[in-house]
Design a protein around this ligand. Structure first.
Ligand SMILES: [Mn+2]
Length: 272
C-alpha cells in the first residue's frame, strides 16, 4: 500500500483538506514528509498551471494518487443529477476535462464523489440514479481512450442520498457496466453507513481502486475511535496494493495534521 494525502489546489469551502493554496510549496512539503503520492482536489483543471505542476512532481518524484472533483459541486453547483440539463452537461464536461488533465499528469484516478449530486424532491431517487448512471457511463467511455479510471465514492447520508454504502456503489458499478470504474471507500463515511467496515470492504474487494482514511471525527487516524489496525488488516487480506489517501480536517492546524498523518502512515502502512 502506498501513502498519500489530499491537498486542495485552491481555497475552498470544503474543510476536510490538509493543505490549501500555494500548490508548489505544498507538494514540496508532502514530499518532504515522506508520502508516495498526493491527491489533488481540483475545482477546474483549466485554472491550473499544468507545466509548473508537472515540474514539481518530477522534481519531488511524487505521484498524483487521485483527483478529487467535488469542488465543482460545492463551489459551482455542478452535478450529474441536477434538474437542469444544462448543469448536468456542464458536470459531465468538467469530468471529461479532469480526465484530459489526468492524462497529462500520470493518469491518476478521477473521483466521482459529490459531483453526482443529491436526489432532490423534484427529480426523485430513481431518475437521479439513472442520470448518474448515464453520466458516469459517458465519462467512463471517454476515459477509456487513455485507460483513465473513475472511482465512485460512497458518501454519508448527511451529504448525499445517492450511494451511501459500498454495497450500493457495487450495484451502481454493475449497472454502469464499464470496466474502468471502481469504488473508493472512505473510513469517515463508512463509520456512519456500514454495519461493519471490514466486512463491507471484503464484499466489494475486487472493485476497490482507491482508499480514503480519516478517523471517526475526520481527524487524522488515532484521534477518533476507528480501529485502523483492523481496517488495514482487512485491506491486507483482500490484497489491496493501491494508495491509502488521508482526507482529514486540518486539525489541530494544517501543518500538524499533515505531520500526524505522516507519522501514523510511516508506522502503520510501512508494515503492509
Ligand atoms: Mn473521501
Amino acid at each position: 500500500m502506498k501513502k498519500s494525502i489530499v491537498i486542495s489546489t485552491a481555497k475552498t469551502k470544503f474543510k476536510a483538506l490538509t493543505f490549501q493554496e500555494d500548490l508548489t510549496q505544498n507538494i514540496q512539503k508532502v514530499a518532504e514528509l515522506g508520502f508516495d503520492g498526493v491527491e489533488l482536489a481540483v475545482r477546474n483543471p483549466k485554472d491550473l498551471d499544468v507545466i509548473q505542476l508537472k515540474e514539481i512532481l518530477t522534481r519531488t518524484g511524487l505521484k498524483v494518487s487521485a483527483i478529487g472533483t467535488g469542488q465543482a459541486y460545492g463551489e459551482e453547483g455542478l452535478s450529474f443529477t441536477s434538474a437542469s440539463s444544462e448543469i448536468r452537461q456542464k458536470a459531465i464536461d468538467r469530468i471529461k476535462a479532469q480526465i484530459d488533465f489526468a492524462v497529462q499528469i500520470g493518469n491518476p484516478i478521477i473521483i466521482i464523489g459529490l459531483i453526482r449530486g443529491v436526489t432532490s424532491s423534484s427529480i426523485g431517487w430513481e431518475k437521479a440514479w439513472n442520470l448518474a448512471l448515464s453520466a458516469v457511463r459517458e465519462c467512463a467511455v471517454y476515459g477509456q481512450k487513455e485507460e483513465t479510471k473513475l472511482a465512485i465514492e460512497p458518501i454519508n447520508r448527511y451529504e448525499t442520498d445517492l450511494i451511501n454504502t459500498l454495497d450500493e456503489a457495487g450495484r451502481f458499478l454493475e449497472e454502469v457496466g464499464e470496466k474502468n470504474v471502481g469504488i473508493l471507500p472512505d473510513t469517515f463515511h463508512m463509520n456512519i453507513e456500514e454495519p461493519s467496515i471490514e466486512l463491507s470492504i471484503k464484499k466489494v474487494q475486487d472493485k476497490i481502486i482507491h482508499f480514503h482514511i480519516a478517523d471517526s471525527n475526520r481527524w487524522p487516524p488515532k484521534y477518533g475511535h476507528l480501529n485502523f489496525p483492523s481496517i488495514l488488516e482487512a485491506l491486507k487480506e483482500i490484497g489491496y496494493s493501491g494508495f491509502i489517501s488521508a482526507e482529514t480536517l486540518p486539525k489541530p492546524n494544517p501543518e500538524e495534521a499533515a505531520i500526524l498523518v505522516a507519522t501514523w502512515m510511516h508506522t502503520y502502512i510501512q508494515n503492509f
